[in-house]
Ligand binder design. Structure first.
Ligand code: DC
Length: 230
């Protein structure tokens, strides 16, 4: 069976990562979370005093961007992907609201995107991967064989994020999260470089009212159609 690249893009908190991870596991592909890379860079800036007030010290970040080491490992127990920043497990830290509130600014910086896109293309060289993000089907892998653009209403997405934070014991305020979701949508869609948009050939998946199982069945159907065709 031929190996393909599966690009999953869409709005924040619409379950892309959970869905992409599960899909990769089902079909025996590698999973890469491109958002985790931008989050890791954001965390790096926060930890290394590269933020002054509301501003990022871009010059300092440019000087060290190539040395920021971001890797992924699979947790042997849960089989989930764990993000490492310069050798340290930061999977939990990069999901905090603090990082979430700051990361869009990092993802809007041209040289950060260029560096991450190059690394992502490298990860897809051998195909057989599922990668999720915002620009995977448009910029990173414009020739990906299967592209899916996922969406859900802002309220549904805020509720999911709220449930995720409270489940892991973090304090959460629904309205603050909803505001963060809307703000991130705005920044992601209006930034100059690689704004979030559906690729012309991406399949649209609105999962506001779909169960995980229904969603997975649909994805597998698309995958089988493509890989069994040739
Ligand atoms: O998917 P996420 O919420 O973990 O993404 C974190 C941030 O990174 C979000 O603001 C969008 C941005 N991002 C991006 O610009 N391009 C990607 N390919 C992935 C994420």
């Amino acid at each position: 069976m031929r190996k393909i690249i599966i690009a999953i893009d869409g709005f924040s908190s619409c379950g892309k990562s959970t869905m992409a991870k599960a899909l990769a596991r089902n079909i025996g592909y590698l999973y890469f979370d491109s958002g985790a890379m931008y989050r890791a860079v954001a965390l790096f800036c926060m930890k290394n005093e590269l933020i002054k007030g509301d501003n990022i010290d871009k010059e300092a970040l440019l000087a060290c961007i190539k040395d920021i080491n971001i890797t992924f490992e699979v947790d042997p127990e849960t089989k989930n992907s764990i993000t490492f920043l310069n050798g340290k497990n930061v999977e939990h830290e990069i999901r905090s609201l603090e990082v979430s509130q700051f990361v869009s600014k990092i993802a809007a910086i041209d040289f950060v995107r260029e560096e991450m896109v190059n690394r992502q293309r490298e990860m897809g060289k051998a195909k057989g991967i599922v990668m999720d993000g915002r620009d995977i089907g448009t910029t990173v892998f414009p020739n990906a064989e299967l592209k899916v653009f996922v969406t859900a209403s802002a309220e549904v997405r805020a509720q999911r994020r709220y449930d995720e934070l409270t489940a892991r014991g973090d304090k959460a305020d629904f309205n603050e999260i909803l505001e963060n979701v809307l703000q991130r949508d705005h920044i992601d869609q209006t930034r100059e470089i690689s704004p979030l948009k559906r690729a012309d050939d991406a399949l649209l998946l609105d999962n506001s009212n779909l169960t995980r199982e229904e969603q997975m069945n649909w994805l597998i159907e698309q995958f089988n159609k493509l890989t069994q065709e040739c």
